[in-house]
Design a binder for this molecule. Structure first.
Ligand SMILES: Cc1ncc(COP(=O)(O)O)c(C=O)c1O
Length: 399
C-alpha cells in the first residue's frame, strides 16, 4: 500500500516550495505578491477577514499587499486619508464619478477642455445612461456657478492643469462654488502630480491620477489611483469589488517604484518645460505657446501661487504657424530626442498631436469649441538636458 506521506512526483511538482511560513526578517523594499487567494489557520479566521473584523486579504479583486503599499504611498503624498488603485486612469475616473453619486437622472458639470477620453466617457457613455452632461469654462466662475445651480449637479469635474491647453483650475474657489451648490469636486490632477499640488487640501473631494504618467514615470505601466476620504474610499472599494477594475500586483510594484523618484523627475521636467516654453515663444515658426510658467499666461500668478513656486508642470503645448496636419506630422517625425508617443509624464521627452490622438474622439466641431487646432503639438518634457531638447526642436523646426 502507498505511504500517504509519500506524494507523487506530479503532486510534488505542484506544491513543492509553496506556502513557506512567514519569516522573521522583513524585505527592505515591497515584494510583488502575485497571489489570488490566501490561506488561514481556520475557516473561522477567513470568515472574520471577509467580515472585516480581522485584518487580512481574501481575494485579488478585493485587495493585495503590493497594491495596498502603492495606495498607502499615494495617500501619503496626496495628504489623503486613503487611496484606491485601478488598472487605468480611465477606470479611476469612472469609479470616482459613480462613487460621487452620478446615476441616471443626475447632472455632471465638466470643464470643457479635459482629456479626450474623459470627455467621451461623459458625453457618450454617461449621457447614454441618462446622465445630463454640461460643459463650462472653468476659468469663468460665474458661468460654473450658474450651470451648477441650474442643473443641481452632483459633480463638478476639472483637471488641475488641463490637457492639452494647460489651463489652471482655481481649486479653492471651485471647491467653494461646488460645495455651496451641493456638488462634489472631482479633480484629475495627472498633469500636476502631488509634487505640485494636493487638491484635497484646497477642498477637492476626489483626486484622480492616471498613474500611467508622472506617478509611475517610465512609460512601462498602465495604472490609475484616487486619493480621498476614508468614507469615499470605502465606497470606491465596495464598487470595485463588483466592477473589478483592479491594478495588478506587478503593475503596482512598478508604480510604487516610480513614485520614489517623482520629486526628482518633476523638478527636472518643470525646469525643462519652462526653458522649452520660453525658447519656443521666440521662434518665428511658432504662433502660440500654452504654458502656465510663461509670464503672459493668463493664469501665471494663480499657477505660481497654487504650486508654491515649485514650477508649472512638465507639459506645454504650442501651435506651429500656418501648419496643417501633414506639416505637423513631418515636424514630429523629424525629432530624434522628443519621441512621438501617445502618452506623457515619462522620463523621455514626448510629443503628441492632440487633434489625432488624445482628442481624436472629439468631432471637428467639438475640437474647435475646445480650442484644439490641427497645428497644435503637445510636448511633455523628459529628464534629459534642456539644451539637447532645444537643439532637437531647432533642427526639426528648420526642416
Ligand atoms: C489628464 C488625463 N487623465 C486621464 C487619462 C487616462 O489615463 P489612462 O490612460 O491611464 O487610462 C489621461 C491619459 O492620457 C490623461 O492625460
Amino acid at each position: 500500500m502507498k505511504n500517504p506521506l509519500q506524494k507523487s512526483f506530479q503532486t510534488r511538482a505542484v506544491h513543492a516550495g509553496e506556502r513557506v511560513p512567514p519569516a522573521e526578517y522583513r524585505p527592505v523594499s515591497t515584494p510583488i505578491w502575485p497571489t489570488v487567494g490566501y490561506l488561514y489557520e481556520s475557516m473561522d479566521d477567513l470568515d472574520a477577514v471577509f467580515a472585516g473584523t480581522k485584518p487580512g486579504q481574501v481575494y485579488l479583486r478585493y485587495s493585495n499587499p503590493t497594491v495596498e503599499a502603492f495606495e498607502t504611498a499615494v495617500a501619503d503624498l496626496e495628504m489623503a486619508e486613503a487611496a484606491q488603485a485601478y488598472g487605468s486612469g480611465m477606470a479611476a475616473i469612472h469609479a470616482s464619478l459613480l462613487a460621487a453619486g452620478v446615476k441616471a437622472g443626475a447632472s455632471v458639470v465638466t470643464a470643457l477642455d479635459v482629456y479626450g477620453a474623459t470627455f467621451s466617457l461623459l458625453r457618450s457613455l454617461f449621457k447614454s445612461l441618462d446622465v445630463n452632461i454640461r460643459t463650462v469654462n472653468v476659468t469663468d466662475h460665474a458661468e460654473v456657478e450658474a450651470v451648477l445651480k441650474e442643473t443641481s449637479a452632483v459633480v463638478l469635474f476639472v483637471e488641475s492643469i488641463s490637457n492639452p491647453l494647460l489651463k489652471i483650475a482655481d481649486l479653492p474657489a471651485l471647491a467653494d462654488i461646488a460645495h455651496r451648490n451641493g456638488a462634489s469636486l472631482l479633480v484629475d490632477s495627472t498633469f500636476a502630480s502631488p509634487y505640485l499640488i494636493n487638491p484635497l487640501k484646497h477642498g477637492a473631494d476626489f483626486v484622480i491620477h492616471s498613474a500611467t504618467k508622472y506617478l509611475s514615470g517610465h512609460g512601462d505601466v498602465l495604472a490609475g489611483v484616487v486619493a480621498t476620504s476614508k468614507e469615499n474610499k470605502n465606497k470606491l472599494f465596495e464598487l470595485n469589488k463588483l466592477i473589478g477594475g483592479v491594478l495588478g500586483p506587478f503593475e503596482a510594484w512598478l508604480a510604487l517604484r516610480g513614485l520614489k523618484t517623482l520629486p526628482l523627475r518633476m523638478k527636472q521636467q518643470c525646469q525643462n518645460a519652462q526653458q522649452v516654453a520660453e525658447w519656443l515663444t521666440k521662434h518665428p515658426r511658432v504662433k502660440k505657446v500654452n504654458y502656465p510658467g510663461l509670464v503672459d499666461h493668463p493664469q501665471h500668478a494663480l499657477a505660481k501661487n497654487l504650486f508654491g513656486g515649485k514650477g508649472c508642470g512638465g507639459v506645454l503645448s504650442f501651435e506651429l504657424d500656418g501648419a496643417d496636419k501633414a506639416q505637423v506630422y513631418r515636424f514630429m517625425e523629424s525629432l530624434t530626442i522628443c519621441l512621438p508617443a501617445t502618452t506623457l509624464g515619462d522620463v523621455y521627452s514626448l510629443v503628441l498631436h492632440p487633434a489625432t490622438s488624445s482628442h481624436r474622439s472629439l468631432t471637428a466641431d467639438e475640437r474647435a469649441r475646445v480650442g484644439i487646432p490641427d497645428g497644435l503639438v503637445r510636448l511633455s518634457a523628459g529628464i534629459e538636458t534642456a539644451e539637447d531638447i532645444l537643439s532637437d526642436l531647432e533642427s526639426a523646426l528648420a526642416k
